[in-house]
Write a protein that binds this ligand. Structure first.
Ligand SMILES: C[S@@+](CC[C@H](N)C(=O)[O-])C[C@H]1O[C@@H](n2cnc3c(N)ncnc32)[C@H](O)[C@@H]1O
Length: 286
C-alpha cells in the first residue's frame, strides 16, 4: 500500500467507530480507490484535504465498507447439496438423537435472501420427509439497516428470479412487482444483530446456545484479513454440531480449507464438516 493511502486509512481509523485493522488490505485499498473515483479526486493526498474539509466523509467511507449485496439461492450447487444430500443425512441423525428441530444459522444474512432460501429448502424437505422434524433459522448481521429489510421480507421482482416457480407460489404473496415472504415461513426465522468480529457472544444471543446443524457464512470472510478470518472460522466451528455442515461461498473455499477445523465434503460445492468427523467417517457426495 502506498504511503499516502496508509495516511488516509490511519486518519479514517481514528474515528473509533470501527477497527479498520480487521479488514483485508486489498479490500481497503479498492474501497478507497472507488471513493476517489466517485469524488473525482486524483489521489490520496487530495482525499486527505477533502476529509479535513468534510467531517461527514469519514462515516460515508466507513459505510462503504459494509457490502450487503446478496441473492436468493446465490450458490445453486450449495443449495442442491443441502436439499439432495445433507438433509437426508441430518434428519435421521436428529431423529435418533430424539430432537424435533433442525437448527440453522445464517451468519451475515444481509437482507434475508440467504435465510429465506434456506427456510424454503428446509420447509420443502422436512414436509416431504414426513419425519415430523421442523426447523429454526437464526439469521444475524452487524448492519441494522439490512436487518430491518430482512425482517420486512419484502422483495422486488428482480430479486426473486432465482426461485423455482413452486417456491414463488408457495412462499411469497403480493403483486405490482413487490413480493412478501408469507408469515408461515417468516415465523421460522429469527433475525438479530450480532457482530462476528466484535461481539462477546459466540452466536446470536437469541439462539440461547450454539450447536447448529447448518451454518452459512458466505461472502463475508473475503472482507477481513487472515487472522480475523481465522477468528471467525474458529468461532463458527465452535458452534457447529458434531455432524453439522458449514457452507461458505466458492470464493472463500480455499481459505476455509487452509484454516483447519473444517474439511471439505464434496468437490462440487463449498460445503464442510468438522475435520475430526471427516477423518473418522469418510464422506458423501463425491
Ligand atoms: C456481501 S453480504 C453476503 C450476504 C449473504 N451471506 C450472501 O452470501 O449473499 C455480507 C454481509 O455480511 C455482513 N457482515 C460483514 N461483517 C460482519 C460481521 N463482522 N458480523 C456480522 N455481519 C457481518 C454484512 O453487513 C453483509 O450484510
Amino acid at each position: 500500500m502506498i504511503a499516502a493511502s496508509q495516511t488516509v486509512l490511519r486518519e479514517l481509523g481514528k474515528t473509533g467507530q470501527r477497527d479498520l485493522s480487521a479488514y483485508d488490505e486489498t479490500f481497503l485499498e479498492k474501497s478507497l480507490e472507488k471513493r476517489l473515483a466517485h469524488l473525482a479526486l486524483p489521489g490520496a493526498a487530495e482525499y486527505l484535504k477533502f476529509l479535513e474539509a468534510n467531517p461527514g466523509e469519514k462515516e460515508v467511507f466507513l459505510d462503504s465498507l459494509i457490502v450487503t449485496y446478496s441473492e436468493f439461492f446465490r450458490e445453486p450447487f450449495t443449495f442442491a447439496f443441502l436439499e439432495k444430500l445433507a438433509l437426508h443425512q441430518l434428519i435421521p441423525n436428529i431423529q435418533r438423537a430424539g430432537r424435533k428441530e433442525i437448527r440453522a444459522w445464517s451468519a451475515g444474512c444481509a437482507a434475508g435472501q440467504e435465510a429465506y432460501s434456506l427456510a424454503m429448502v428446509l420447509d420443502e424437505v422436512s414436509t416431504a420427509s414426513e419425519s415430523g422434524i421442523t426447523y429454526r433459522i437464526f439469521a444475524s448481521d452487524h448492519c441494522k439497516t439490512v436487518l430491518e429489510a430482512a425482517c420486512a421480507g419484502s422483495y422486488e421482482m428482480h430479486a426473486i428470479q432465482n426461485l423455482r416457480l413452486s417456491q414463488f407460489q408457495a412462499y411469497l404473496t403480493g403483486d405490482h412487482g413487490q413480493f412478501i415472504i408469507i408469515p408461515r415461513l417468516r415465523e421460522h426465522v429469527d433475525f438479530s444483530f450480532h457482530d462476528l468480529v466484535e461481539d462477546a457472544a459466540f452466536c446470536p444471543p437469541a439462539s440461547i446456545y450454539g450447536d447448529f446443524d447448518l451454518i452459512f457464512c458466505s461472502n463475508l470472510l473475503m472482507y477481513y484479513r487472515t487472522e480475523v478470518r481465522q477468528f471467525i472460522l474458529n468461532r463458527l466451528a465452535g458452534c457447529l454440531s458434531p455432524e453439522g455442515y458449514f457452507f461458505c461461498s466458492e470464493a472463500e473455499r480455499a481459505w476455509v480449507k487452509q484454516a483447519g477445523g473444517f474439511a471439505e465434503v464434496t468437490s462440487f460445492a463449498p460445503v464442510f464438516q468438522h475435520s475430526s468427523l471427516r477423518r473418522n467417517t469418510g464422506g458423501i457426495g463425491r
